[in-house]
Design a protein around this ligand. Sequence first.
Ligand code: MRU
Length: 393
Amino acid sequence: MEVERSASADVATVNTLQSICYSRGSLRLLDQRKLPLETLYLDIRTAADGWSAIREMVVRGAPAIAIAAALSLAVEAFNLEFSGTAAGSASFLIEKLDYLVSSRPTAVNLSDAATKLKSLVKNVAETASDPKAVFQAYVDAAEAMLVDDVTENKKIGFHGATFIRENIKNPEKISILTHCNTGSLATAGYGTALGVIRSLNAGGVLKRAYCTETRPFNQASSWVLRNLLAPRYNLQGSRLTAFELVHDKIPATLIADSAAAALMQAGRVNAVIVGADRIAANGDTANKIGTYSLAVSASHHEVPFYVAAPFTSIDQSILSGDQIVIEERSAKELLYSHGGLGQQVAASGIAVWNPAFDVTPANLITAIITEKGVITKASANSFAIKEFLEGVP
Ligand code: MRU
């Protein structure tokens, strides 16, 4: 991974909300650990660079990590002098895709993208005689993922805003709470839950968006980054979502995670909307740690709780949330500032449990908003996602 600071002359032309900058043969990822104070792009040349960027949270957010992974390999494949067979190029790509999937476990978008790309290259290799044809097909498909994601997010925004306006009390003045970052930075652009907020705002009905700080993640990083580039805390809500909301001039307020229940008790929000890293077939949803607490509070205060996600976040191979693997991150993220490498902030010797995600059961979710429309409950405890899909033209 090569570090590239934006020269000051370039900054004005850089879209600071674009986490993935791609043109054929070249990929740069916005280092989200540095936002909002610094715009720094890292040059990604190989799948190994992509793997590290995902693991180290340079890029994060379920759709964004899937696309960044696919494109990191597209760049490597495009620039490679490969003289083997078509079957050999397919094996090369498949091996790298399996490796990329190992970077982070919870978001299904990454493994879903890899499965689709592996199947594509296998199929192309069966008929192609030229190894370049396999690489070409791979690059085309990875690039399509980037384009499709923005289109899908805009559809999620449209369906979500329409549904919320039709189903909420006081649809003329909606105040909505969101968690983590699900915006342009977490996707190829526009966002999922934050895309719905953008769409409500564009429709003139958003009174205020509230974003949680989203603890506990503090980015651990290398000696070089720590000492030479001075990374700061990276709380997805206060640093990234707040940054996007301010950028878009959306009326918005930041709250500590622990203030969410009190916000609802005070009647200050009429909906909660979050993204998803993996949704099971019954609607149970894994998302950033703290999502479950928000859903419990929302249920207690009778505030509707929406999940907004593309279909690539739905894992129909698992029946319920029990089967979702939850990533656990380093204890250092809780014990020390600056990603475990700064000052100690907790008592020496304390044990730590630091899950990055939790699972919200379907019974606490009001509706799941997707690019194909809004999925409502089939029963009090589950969503019939398969049946919904069968009904989509
Ligand atoms: O650990 P992160 O920052 O990758 O977690 C991100 C989230 O939990 C998001 O809510 C989710 O990926 C949806 S992004 C559109």
